[in-house]
Ligand binder design. Structure first.
Ligand SMILES: [Zn+2]
Length: 327
């Protein structure tokens, strides 16, 4: 698979820091969803462990083993499959640190990759903090997360931060197009919230169908003709996260198109073709509904009654539409 063009700039900044001797032993990569932070971290691990002539050469035996995940001085710490809460525990952190400290097999240092770092539970974060406060020589800790705000401030303050900005949609589309030219990538991206790698790993046809189906249901909700209870029940059981992405895209477009629609609604309205949000829903309502989507997303990992939460959101679509028409 080709390299991701939006990772070039952040990697160059790491190269520059390393060349100037400013690469911290604790590095936190703030990933954008689906932007491939873990791939950037692999390149950084190559930079640290490379035995070739140019840094992170990609062809020496060390670089190749980093790529295949078989380098003895590189450990990945992630939630164990059997972990019900999908957490990284204190034992996971201790085991990794001990293993890496025993020896650096090839003498260039060792690297622990913790991903997703927001999965560290309280005790694990404390254990990691000790390691970050007194890092052993040449042990590098690379943390990857899309949500740095959910990490303890004490950890954040010990790490150099590297942000991967969400790549521009056009750049993501061009990259996806180059990987697989025949797919409807714009629609697929709508369903995965712009996450490039998730789109590529998914089935673009199915993603487009899911988006169209979700948007159709929202339009029905706005007209008051949707079977809200049945739809909410179905969505809560399958692909809820993708459905929420689709709702978010629908509303975001409505907000962005708001001024245009207000001024030129007659011209802008498409015919029978389903081309996006264009119905009676005002901007304040759309923003309120976006907050509703965010809430469900935040609570989706808890024991929240998902069907009920989605049902409430869909009812709000109907009510919001009624209010907008009355204004
Ligand atoms: Zn190399």
């Amino acid at each position: 698979m080709s390299t991701l063009p939006w990772l070039d700039a952040p990697f160059q900044s790491v190269l520059a820091a390393a060349a100037a001797g400013r690469l911290s032993q604790g590095l936190l990569v703030h990933d954008a969803p689906g932007a491939g932070g873990i791939r950037l971290v692999k390149r950084i691990a190559q930079l640290i462990l490379c035995s070739g002539e140019t840094p992170a050469c990609g062809v020496c035996s060390a670089c190749r083993r980093v790529e295949s995940g078989e380098h003895p001085d590189l450990l990945r710490v992630e939630p164990k499959e059997e972990s019900k809460l999908q957490q990284i525990t204190v034992d996971d952190v201790r085991d990794a640190c001990e293993q890496l400290v025993m020896t650096s097999y090839e003498g260039r240092g060792s690297v622990a990759v913790i991903s997703p770092a927001d999965a560290l539970n309280h005790n694990a974060a404390n254990a990691l903090l000790k390691t970050l406060e007194e890092p052993r020589p040449r042990l590098h800790i690379l943390l990857v997360t899309t949500r740095p705000s959910s990490l303890p401030a004490t950890i954040l303050s010990r790490c150099q931060r590297l942000r991967i900005a969400p790549p521009p949609r056009e750049q993501v589309l061009a990259w996806l197009q180059a990987q697989r030219p025949s797919a409807d990538w714009p629609a697929a991206l709508d369903a995965v919230g712009g996450a490039a790698l998730e789109a590529l790993d998914g089935d673009p046809t199915r993603l487009r169908e899911l988006r169209d189906d979700t948007w159709r249901a929202l339009q029905e909700a706005l007209k008051g003709s949707l079977d809200v209870v049945r739809t909410a029940d179905a969505w809560s059981k399958e692909a809820l996260r993708l459905r929420l992405n689709c709702i978010e895209t629908y509303l975001t477009r409505r907000v962005l198109q708001g001024p245009e629609l207000a001024g030129h609604s007659a011209k802008m309205r498409p015919g029978a073709h389903l081309s996006g949000p264009d119905l009676d829903i005002n901007m304040a309502t759309a923003l309120g509904l976006l907050d509703g989507v965010k809430e469900i997303r935040q609570q989706a990992t808890t024991t929240l009654n998902k069907a009920l939460a989605v049902e409430r959101l869909l009812w709000r679509f109907s009510r919001g539409a009624v209010r907008a028409r009355m204004l």
